[in-house]
Design a protein around this ligand. Structure first.
Ligand code: ADP
Ligand SMILES: O=c1ccn([C@@H]2O[C@H](COP(=O)(O)O)[C@@H](O)[C@H]2O)c(=O)[nH]1
Length: 616
């Protein structure tokens, strides 16, 4: 069959037999071919060592402060002091706290390995005054992006060193360290100066020379003057941020860009993923996130240099935006990104692609409405969730068939799954993907649907609201207004959480004349979640149409598609009622007619129109 025919709306609608899914399909982790990349990102482990009172804790605090947009946990080697036995406690001044054996290194190893595996741990609490661990309390340390392991001997054991991605040695003058130690131990640890000096001479200094200083060679970075060295700390933080900001997939596919994560962005993601979020907040925060993605995507467009004269008469050399641009949303969910795109690019042209699954064999049908000159434009392809990537690939293929160079396509997502990134980037290496978060992987429970769950959401701005100025007497108010759509437009109705079930859709059409529109001359198709409800429909009188259809999910999309010369569609009112789940008998429904009866199989997967009541 010629492609033209295959892509025609008629063909799509004729052959449509199942509901449309937005491309978000669940895969079990086991089924995923990308298990290596899907494994949760390993935390970045930083080891910080140095002599006593060198400023290790101070440096760690400064790093944590600057890494404010990441989850960072600090693990102190001190927490793993074994604690003294009753016998040892009696002559504490003979105990060497600076020898590697003073620590339970096996427990420390376990702790870091557990945190690296993404689990939380209970870290012991050590009391320096009594040289004991607390017997009944622990500090809960949660899994995080960065683990900082700090202590005088954290570089001593090779197994601990091997867990570190970065090793920092804080190098502070010995005299300064001693003076700090005297002050700290007398003020904070209840010691007297002579015992501090005695311990220092007997254990602390020799252990520094024997174990700590020799471990300096393992350091990747040496920070002279500890916390006073702001330049070194800034450089370290920048390096960590680069490492963290770069998702593994961005290293594999350099054309994948994840917008820089901040607490604000993580906070917004936390909100929109919270099943308790209100509709209003969901719409507000997802829109904020989408705008960030759109702005980032626009930043990936080519630009030309431009000079302007400022009000003070000087020349400002800047850049000029790329003008040949358009948005294309993958219907249905992509439309939720259109407003953000319009807010950023005034008057931008927006096209639509509907990917329609044809049966269960994976075949797809495509309906499109794209700007005629799309081949000359850079395309921002919109779909908030990149899941398996199948729908995206169909949409991209279509754009390329329309003459858009692959490198002129920027695919914007709110949330991307690794499967989707692999699927799209492997096939289209020159295209760019911009996303605000890459999820761990798709799994059975992963069903983020970032469409705006407002009770009803109109996806277009190309509509006109009409009012009948001369209504016939007694005409209900419902029929005195209408919405006219001059382009493919859809309403998204958020039904309820997991609204799977049968719904009655009622459409009201009352043709009147207003402004330059004669509603009786409108000719259009109406689709609901991909089902063709009305084909080539015109309303010459007041018409009420009812349909029963099953909705799998939370969103019911009703789409109006103007046809032929009329160039517009209209509707006066839409009503949706929920029916009991088993309202339509799935198998065995029969239509009795003169020739016998017709048996319907999988009736619930089809749309049914109700028949007008007649008087006999
Ligand atoms: N740059 C600095 N200037 C002044 N005091 C400092 C500085 N760095 C650390 N200190 C002080 O020295 C003591 C030991 O510092 P700390 O960071 O706890 O070292 P460590 O963790 O290496 O034992 C603390 O009392 C701290 O306030
Ligand atoms: O019960 C204890 C345990 C340890 N110490 C001393 O503490 C330092 C290590 O901590 P820093 O914060 O790195 O200075 C070590 O030199 C031990 O001597 C102690 O005095 N009593």
């Amino acid at each position: 069959m010629p492609l033209e025919k295959k892509n025609s709306i008629d063909y799509v609608m004729e052959t449509a037999s199942g509901p449309h899914f937005s491309g978000l399909h669940s895969l079990t982790a086991a089924a995923s071919p990308f298990s290596d990349v899907n494994a949760p990102n390993q935390p970045f482990v930083i080891g910080v060592s140095g002599g006593t009172a060198s400023g290790k804790t101070t440096v760690c605090d400064m790093i944590i402060q600057q890494l404010h947009d990441h989850r960072v946990v600090l693990v102190n080697q001190d927490s793993f002091y074994r604690g003294l036995t009753a016998e040892e406690s009696k002559c504490v001044h003979k105990y060497n706290f600076d020898h590697p054996d003073a620590f339970d290194t096996e427990q420390l190893l376990d702790c870091v390995l557990t945190l690296k595996s993404g689990q939380s741990v209970q870290v012991p609490i050590y009391d320096f005054k009594h040289h004991q661990r607390s017997s009944d309390s622990f500090r809960q340390v949660n899994a995080s992006d960065v683990i900082i392991l700090e202590g005088i001997l954290v570089f001593h054991d090779q197994r601990v060193r091997n867990l570190m991605n970065m090793k920092i040695f804080v190098d502070t003058d010995a005299d300064l360290r001693l003076s700090r130690r005297i002050r700290r131990d007398t003020v904070e640890r209840g010691r007297d100066v002579s015992s501090v000096l005695e311990q220092y001479a007997k254990f602390v200094k020799p252990a520094f020379d024997d174990f700590i200083l020799p471990s300096k060679k393992y350091a990747d970075v040496i920070i002279p003057r500890g916390g006073d060295n702001h330049v070194a700390i800034d450089l370290i933080v920048q390096h960590i941020q680069t490492k963290l900001g770069q998702h593994d997939l961005c290293k594999i596919y350099p054309n994948t860009y994840v917008i820089q994560s901040t607490f604000q962005i993580r906070g917004m993601h936390t909100l929109i993923r919270d099943k308790e979020i209100s509709k209003h907040d969901f719409a507000f925060y997802s829109d904020r996130l989408i705008r960030l993605v759109v702005e980032h995507g626009l930043g990936r467009l080519p630009f030309t240099e431009k000079q302007v004269i400022t009000p003070t008469g000087s020349i400002y050399t800047g850049v000029d935006f790329c003008k040949k641009l358009c948005g294309v949303s993958i219907v249905r969910s992509g439309e939720s990104m259109e407003n953000a795109l319009r807010a950023c690019c005034k008057g931008i042209k927006i096209g639509k692609i509907l990917i329609h699954r044809d049966g269960d064999d994976g075949r797809k049908l495509i309906y499109e409405k794209l700007p005629k000159d799309i081949s000359e434009r850079h395309v921002l392809l919109l779909d908030p969730v990149l899941a398996t990537g199948n729908s995206a690939n169909h949409a991209i293929e279509l754009l390329i068939q329309k003459g858009v160079p692959e490198s002129h396509i920027i695919f914007l997502n709110l949330i991307s799954a690794p499967e989707g990134i692999h699927c799209v980037c492997k096939r289209f290496p020159s295209l760019k993907i911009v996303t605000s978060e890459i999820d761990a992987a798709l799994n059975g429970e992963f069903r983020v649907i970032p469409v705006k769950p407002s009770s009803i959401f109109l996806s277009t701005e190309q509509f006109v609201s009409l009012t009948d100025k001369n209504p016939s007497s007694g005409s209900p108010i419902l029929y005195r207004t209408a919405r006219v759509f001059t382009a493919v437009s859809s309403y998204e109705l958020y039904i309820k959480r997991n609204g799977t079930g049968t719904h009655l859709v009622r459409l009201h059409f009352s043709p009147f004349k207003a402004q330059n529109f004669n509603l009786a001359s409108a000719k259009f198709d109406v689709l609901a979640n991909g089902f063709l409800l009305l084909r080539g429909f015109s309303a010459y009188n007041l018409v009420l149409k009812e349909f029963l259809l099953r909705v799998d999910g939370e969103v019911l999309e009703i789409m109006f598609s103007p046809l032929g010369n009329s160039g517009f569609a209209f509707v006066c009112a839409i009503e949706v009622f929920s029916a009991p789940k088993d309202f339509i008998i799935d198998d065995g429904a029969r239509l009795i007619n003169d020739d016998g009866f017709l048996v319907f199989e999988s009736a619930a997967k089809k749309a049914a129109t109700t028949l007008p009541l007649r008087e006999f």
